[in-house]
Design a protein around this ligand. Structure first.
Ligand SMILES: [Zn+2]
Length: 545
């Protein structure tokens, strides 16, 4: 069914039995091209009018002979009324706060003028006291001094700062006292991964900061997903549209494949910045789950392991929803660095649960690190890594609509009877997965041979026997009837991640996983530490010796 098996990792084996109806993506007609073209034509005509009016209007407004108007934007009403927007220059220097809008009647006579600043500009000269290089150095040093400080509740603190380009000489008029100033751009990064690009204006006489403007803005959107409930979404404003694209997390985005199976689909966007209504009938609802799942996975890896994106290169992946028709699966494809979600049976049960999102994107992490072969015991370890990290993403999200647990896909109802797809506490409860290692485990489908490692992770986190955790009941057995206490899922995840990224290779098998996780535990907590000993005892409890 999937041709590129090596690069594509699906969520479940049973779902592979479901047939996929291949639907080619229909070429999409641009929405009302004639109206769009008409509007563009009208704007171009109005702007041309403003360009032509710049000279005459500068005279009519009695601007000084060193001042010029530069047309920026224009609109013409149905009755012919014109609204012409200009920026201003003084002796060729941009004037910050020099902008104005001239309202003209259809016959060209001026009705009124809105000026940003009323003050006249008359400078004795345009020679700055401070040299440009010095100004830029001072400004950058000033911003560097704010690293780590939280200036604004909405903004994560800066972690990195550098000067971008030269300091530009300008006229600062915004405060009504026009004078020479420098405009300097300083770039950097914030603690949450959001890029920063600040434009600072400083007085060219004394270096004082006159204005600071952060130009990277993440729009705060809202989503109503099928499984995540109502959640905040970081979106990107583009004109009057808000796109399901997250600049603070590597630009990761979500698109609608429209039941096709190829291409990048169409990026979700709307004018309200509110996406989905929680029902499957609204195409945006599944997209909200996917985008929020991607954001949470990004944040989980960043805050838990300091990992900057799936490949640790700061680049976000594409999520594609509404893949195929009646497609009861989800998959990660390394070749497109993208993940895809089917709509499930009758196209009414999307597979967009958050542990599935975390599972799929963790296949990308594995591909970028140990690259465990997707067959035999290493394939089981590959699948288990995704179940382990998908589960950790679910715990990290801690959604009221999806209380975290040690089951996989408990909300997507792939079995049709409301049971989870997989159980980490006792993997054999799914009817196919292995609880313990034996010589045949490597011959099982990778979604069943993963059971041994999933069971290891549960036992290492929570210990053996009957217990209720976060409202869910478990009863985890051991091969050797030993009783285990567990070291907590946070430490267990640190050990697994370090083993994956530091010790596992493409051919690591279960014996190798025992060795790798012991090395990881020794690195993190010390050889012979309680954590180290727990790793050893837990592998023994799943018959990996
Ligand atoms: Zn998988």
């Amino acid at each position: 069914m999937k041709r590129k098996l090596a690069a594509v990792a699906v969520l479940s084996a049973t779902a592979l039995l479901t047939g996929v109806i291949q639907v080619s993506t229909a070429a999409q007609a641009a929405p009302t091209p004639s109206l769009q073209a008409q509007a563009a034509q009208q704007h171009a005509t109005a702007l041309k009018l403003a360009v032509g009016q710049a000279g005459p209007l500068a005279k009519a407004l009695k601007l000084g002979d060193k001042e010029q108007l530069v047309a920026k934007d224009a609109a013409v009403d149905k009755d012919g009324t014109r609204h012409l927007r200009f920026e201003r220059t003084y002796a060729g220097l941009p004037v910050i706060g020099g902008d104005l809008v001239v309202h003209q009647k259809a016959d060209g006579s001026v009705k009124s003028v809105d000026k940003a600043v009323a003050a006249r500009i008359a400078l004795p000269n345009t020679t700055p006291k401070i040299a440009a290089d010095q100004a830029a150095t001072q400004v950058t040093a000033g911003v560097k001094a704010t690293i780590g400080a939280r200036a604004d509740a909405d903004e994560s603190p800066l972690t990195e700062v550098h000067q971008a380009g030269k300091a530009e000489l300008v006229v600062w008029a915004t405060d009504g006292n026009p004078r020479l100033a420098y405009r300097t751009t300083v770039e950097g990064q914030r603690a949450d991964g959001t890029p920063s690009r600040q434009i600072l204006v400083t007085d060219a006489a004394d270096g004082r900061v006159l204005a600071t403007h952060e130009t990277i803005e993440t729009a705060a959107g809202t989503g109503n997903g099928i499984f995540v409930g109502q959640v905040p979404l970081a979106t990107t404003q583009s004109g009057s549209n808000y796109q399901l694209k997250d600049a603070g997390r590597g630009g990761q985005s979500t698109s609608d494949l429209n039941n096709g199976t190829d291409g990048t689909g169409s990026l979700f966007a709307n004018t309200s910045n509110s996406f989905g209504d929680g029902t499957v009938n609204n195409r945006e609802s599944a997209a909200v789950d996917a985008q929020f799942g991607a954001a949470t996975t990004w944040d989980f890896y960043k805050s838990t392991f300091g990992r900057n994106g799936i490949r640790n290169d700061g680049v976000g992946a594409l999520s594609r929803v509404h893949y195929g028709s009646n497609y009861v699966n989800a998959f990660w494809d390394d070749s497109c660095f993208c993940m895809s979600y089917g709509d499930g049976s009758n196209n009414t049960a999307p597979l967009t649960e958050i542990d599935v999102a975390g599972h799929e994107m963790s296949h990308g992490v594995t591909a970028a690190t140990a690259n465990l072969n997707y067959a035999g015991e290493s394939g089981g370890l590959n699948e288990a890594t995704s179940d382990i990290m998908g589960t950790m993403v679910e715990w990290y999200a801690n959604l009221p609509s999806n209380p975290p647990n040690y089951w996989i896909g408990e909300l997507i109802n792939l079995n049709g009877n409301g049971t989870p797809l997989r159980y980490m506490d006792q993997p054999s409860k799914d009817g196919g997965s292995a609880d313990y290692w034996d010589a045949n485990v490597g011959n099982l489908d990778v979604h069943y041979s993963s059971g041994v490692a999933n069971h290891f992770f549960y036992l290492l986190s929570e210990g053996s026997g009957a217990k209720t955790i976060n409202g869910f009941s478990y009863n985890s057995p051991t091969y050797d009837n030993s009783t285990l206490a567990g070291i907590g899922r946070d430490k267990a995840a640190q050990i697994w991640y370090r083993a994956l990224t530091t010790y596992f290779t493409s051919t690591t098998d279960y014996a190798g996983a025992r060795a790798g996780t012991l090395s990881a535990a020794a690195d993190l907590y010390g050889s012979g530490s309680a954590e180290y000993n727990a790793v050893a005892a837990t592998w023994t409890a799943v018959n990996v010796n």
